[in-house]
Design a protein around this ligand. Structure first.
Ligand code: GDP
Ligand code: MG
Length: 166
């Protein structure tokens, strides 16, 4: 199984931390290269039976007013072309304006979207279920997966679920 995965989400939600955890040092090296294609490969995770190619989606991270129409189109097209979108949010901060913007863009695609609720190490366990119930109403996410990219909680489960959707 092999596929392209785009990780989107506001700055500081933990996208790089997640990639570094699952792929390791290679990421930092790759992300230092100047961008030559519109979809920058951030890293490739190869296991014995799967290959996950993580790509950056420039533009979708930024608020609308800073984007030209062209950049926006490129970002939205990328979301249509990948096999899976990981939409990462901060469990504690919840959704902000940038996230609403992303959800609008997701509505123009048919690509499966996992909502990755990161930083659950900072959340009281009792608060997790109400959060998930709230987010279920927001968008027809294919899965909602709470993780801690920093501590590694549930990251293996997320990778298994990703693999199942490639
Ligand atoms: P990015 O901008 O989305 O790539 O976010 P980063 O990966 O750079 O993370 C931003 C900050 O959040 C860093 O200080 C990370 O150490 C921290 N962080 C990332 N994941 C977690 C997590 O699961 N738990 C906690 N407590 N902090 C995290
Ligand atoms: Mg980053």
């Amino acid at each position: 199984k092999s596929g392209f995965i785009s990780i989107i989400g506001r700055p500081n939600v933990g996208k790089s931390t997640f990639l570094n955890r699952v792929i390791g040092q290679k990421i930092a090296i790759m992300s230092d290269k100047p961008q030559t294609t519109r979809n920058k490969v951030q890293g490739v995770l190869t296991t014995n039976d799967s290959q996950m190619i993580f790509i950056d989606t420039p533009g979708i991270h930024k608020p609308k007013h800073k984007l030209g129409d062209f950049m926006m189109k490129v970002a939205t097209n990328t979301l249509k072309e990948v096999d899976l979108i990981l939409f990462m949010i901060n469990a504690v901060e919840g959704l902000g304006q940038g996230d609403q913007f992303i959800i609008e863009k997701l509505q123009t695609t048919k690509t499966p979207v996992f909502l990755v609720v990161n930083k659950i190490d900072q959340l009281h366990p009792d608060d997790l279920l109400p959060l998930i119930e709230k987010y279920q109403k927001l968008y027809p996410f294919t899965a909602i997966v709470p993780i801690s990219a920093l501590e590694g909680n549930n990251v293996e489960t997320l990778l298994e679920q990703i693999k199942a959707h490639l």
